[in-house]
Design a protein around this ligand. Structure first.
Ligand code: SF4
Length: 71
C-alpha cells in the first residue's frame, strides 16, 4: 500500500488537530493550515496518518492508496 495525503484546502479551517495528533505526518503552514497535501506517507507512518486524518473536524484529509490505481 502506498498512501498519499490529500488535503482539501478549500475546507481546511486551520484547527491544527491533525498536526497536534500526529506531528510526524502532518505539517502546518505559517498560517496554521495543513500543508501536507501531496505528501507520500512513509510505510512506517501509515497508521499515524490515518489517526491524524480522523482527527480533522472538517473531513479535509483523504488518504489515497496509489497502488489501487496502478494497472
Ligand atoms: S485538522 Fe483538518 S482543518 Fe485542521 S489543520 Fe488539519 S486538515 Fe486543516
Amino acid at each position: 500500500m502506498r498512501l498519499r495525503i490529500r488535503v482539501d484546502r478549500s475546507v481546511c479551517a486551520g484547527h491544527a488537530l491533525c498536526a497536534a495528533r500526529e506531528p510526524l505526518v502532518y505539517m502546518l503552514d505559517a498560517d496554521g493550515y495543513c500543508s501536507s497535501d501531496g505528501v507520500l506517507v512513509p510505510q512506517a507512518l501509515q497508521e499515524q496518518a490515518r489517526r491524524g486524518a480522523m482527527m480533522c473536524p472538517e473531513a479535509a484529509i483523504t488518504l489515497w492508496d496509489e497502488e489501487s490505481f496502478d494497472s
